[in-house]
Design a protein around this ligand. Structure first.
Ligand code: NDP
Length: 445
C-alpha cells in the first residue's frame, strides 16, 4: 500500500478508536486512491487526505421528550458536517436504536464522495438519533421530532446544512421537523430540509428517487454487457423507502422481484412480489412483512432469514450496512447472480465485495448507485430557490441523466487505470478528485 495512505489510515485509527464502521468506510475509499496520489504529489504535500478524514464539525446533543403516558425519555442526537468544499452539508437523518457517532460518521464520510459524484453543489453531512420510532404513536413521533429540532436548528440553513430523510425518517418526520424549525426561527425557509411532502415544498420523484436511481444505474451496467433487465430475476433486501421503489422500478422494466425482507425476516413469492401489498403493509400501515403471507397464498415468510438464499440474476441490498457478508456473496454467486447493486449505504462487507469482484460479478457501490436520492434532494433545493415545481417526468429525466453520468464517470476513471468493470474503484476516484481539487483551490481553511 502507498505509505502516505497507510499513514493516514493509521492516524484515523488512532483518532477514532472503536469506530469500526467509520474506519471500514475510510479504508475502502483510501485504498482505491493510490494511482491518483502517486501522480499528484500536491495531495500529500497539502495534507489533503488528513483534511478529508477529519470532520469539519460534529454536534452531539441531548433530546428529552415525553411519551403518551407522561414518561420522560432521553435520547442522543447527532449531526456531523464532514466536508463542505462542494456546497452546504447535505445528507439524511437516521432514527434507529443502533445509531451512534460511529454510524453517523461513516454515513457522512460516504456522503462526501456520493454528493461529489452527482456533480451538484452539495457537501457531505449526516445526522440522526438512537431514538426507535417502532411502536411509537404519531404524537410521540411529533414530540420527538420537535425536541430534536429544538437543538439542531441552530446549525441549519439553506446555505449551511440541509438534512433529509434516511432510515426511520420519511416525509411525516420531515414535516414535523420543518414545522418546529419554522416555529423557532420565525422564518419560512423551504430550502432548510429536503424530502418534504409534495405540495409543501417537496419535489416529485424524491420518494422514489433512491430506488429508481439504483435501477437506472443497474440498467447502465447491463448495457455494457449488451443486456437488459427484461426477464431477470431479482432479490431486494429491506422493504422501506429505497427497497420499495427499487422493486417497483425493476418490475416496471420487466424484471421479477421474488424476495424482500425487513428486520424480522424475509418473504419469498415465486410469482413475483406484489409491490402494492408491500406498500400497504410497510409504507401505509407501518406493520411487519410477515403479513404479506395472508394476501398471497403461494408466498412464504421465512423468520430471521435474509433474502440472499434464493437463485437470482441481480441482487439489490437496500436495507442496512453490512447485511450481505462473505457467505451470502458465495451463495449468490453459486446460484448464478452476476450483478450486485447497493441501494443501501455500505450493505456489502469488504470480504463479500472482494469475492463478488474476483468471481467476475459486477458490483456497484452505494455511493454511486444510491446517489439518486440526494441528487433529487438537490433538485428539490433548486426548485425551492427558484419557486418552481417541476413535473414528475422532468425530475425523472434529470434523475436518469444524473445516474447515467455517474455510471459514465465510474467507467471512465476505471478505464483510465485499466479497471473498467471496477465500479468501486471508479466511484472512489471520481468522487475524490472533485473534492480534492476544491480543497486545494480554497487554500488552507
Ligand atoms: P427505511 O427506514 O425506509 O427502511 C429500512 C428498511 O430496512 C426496513 O425495511 C427495515 O426493516 C430494514 N432493516 C433495517 N435494519 C435491518 C436489519 N438489521 N436487517 C434487515 N432489515 C433491516 O430506510 P430507507 O429505505 O430510507 O434506507 C435504507 C438504506 O438506504 C439505508 O442504508 C440508507 O442509509 C440508504 N439510503 C437511503 C436513502 C433515502 O433516500 N432514503 C438515500 C441513500 C441511501 P424494519 O421495518 O423491520 O425496520
Amino acid at each position: 500500500m502507498n505509505t502516505y495512505i497507510a499513514d493516514c489510515l493509521q492516524l484515523a485509527q488512532k483518532r477514532n478508536p472503536g469506530q469500526d464502521l467509520f474506519l471500514q468506510a475510510t479504508k475502502e475509499v483510501l485504498e482505491s486512491l493510490a494511482p491518483v496520489i502517486n501522480e499528484t504529489p500536491e495531495i500529500q504535500a497539502r495534507s489533503v487526505l488528513e483534511r478529508i478524514l477529519e470532520p469539519e464539525r460534529q454536534i452531539m446533543f441531548r433530546v428529552s421528550w415525553m411519551d403518551d403516558s407522561g414518561n420522560v425519555h432521553v435520547n442522543r442526537g447527532y449531526r456531523v458536517g464532514f466536508n463542505s468544499v462542494l456546497g452546504p452539508y447535505k445528507g439524511g437523518l437516521r432514527f434507529h436504536p443502533s445509531v451512534s457517532l460511529d454510524t453517523i460518521k461513516f454515513l457522512a464520510f460516504e456522503q462526501i464522495f456520493k454528493n461529489s459524484l452527482t456533480g451538484l453543489s452539495i457537501g457531505g453531512g449526516k445526522g440522526g438519533s438512537d431514538f426507535d420510532p417502532k411502536g411509537k404513536s404519531d404524537a410521540e413521533i411529533m414530540r420527538f421530532c420537535q425536541a430534536f429540532m429544538s437543538e439542531l436548528y441552530h446549525f441549519l440553513g439553506a446555505d449551511q446544512d440541509v438534512p433529509a430523510g434516511d432510515i426511520g425518517v420519511g416525509a411525516r418526520e420531515i414535516g414535523y421537523l420543518f414545522g418546529q424549525y419554522k416555529r423557532l426561527t420565525k422564518r419560512f425557509e423551504h430550502g432548510v430540509l429536503t424530502g418534504k411532502q409534495v405540495g409543501l415544498g417537496g419535489s416529485l420523484v424524491r420518494k422514489e428517487a433512491t430506488g429508481f436511481g439504483a435501477v437506472y444505474f443497474a440498467q447502465e451496467m447491463l448495457k455494457t454487457r449488451d443486456d437488459s433487465l427484461e426477464g431477470k430475476t431479482c432479490l431486494v433486501s429491506g422493504s422501506g423507502n429505497v427497497a420499495i421503489y427499487c422493486a417497483k422500478k425493476l418490475q416496471d422494466l420487466g424484471a421479477k422481484v421474488i424476495a424482500m425482507s425487513d428486520s424480522s425476516g424475509s418473504i419469498h413469492d415465486p410469482q413475483g412480489i406484489d409491490i402494492d401489498i408491500i406498500r400497504s403493509i410497510k409504507e401505509i400501515n407501518r406493520a411487519r412483512i410477515d403479513e404479506y403471507e395472508k394476501h398471497r397464498p403461494q408466498a412464504r415468510f421465512l423468520p430471521g432469514e435474509k433474502v440472499w438464499r434464493h437463485a437470482c440474476d441481480l441482487a439489490f441490498p437496500c436495507a442496512t450496512q453490512n447485511e450481505l457478508d462473505l457467505e451470502d456473496a458465495k451463495t449468490l454467486l453459486d446460484n448464478g447472480c452476476q450483478v450486485v447493486v447497493e441501494g443501501a449505504n455500505m450493505p456489502t462487507t469488504p470480504e463479500a465485495v472482494e469475492e463478488l469482484q474476483s468471481r467476475g460479478a459486477l458490483f456497484a457501490p452505494g455511493k454511486a448507485a444510491n446517489a439518486g436520492g440526494v441528487a433529487v434532494s438537490a433538485l428539490e433545493m433548486q426548485q425551492n430557490a427558484s419557486l418552481e415545481n417541476w413535473t414528475f417526468k422532468q425530475v425523472d429525466e434529470r434523475l436518469k441523466q444524473i445516474m447515467a453520468s455517474i455510471h459514465n464517470d465510474c467507467r471512465q476513471y476505471g478505464k483510465k487505470y485499466n479497471r473498467p468493470d471496477d465500479y468501486l474503484f471508479g466511484a472512489n476516484i471520481a468522487g475524490f478528485i472533485r473534492v480534492a481539487h476544491a480543497i486545494n483551490a480554497y487554500g488552507v481553511i
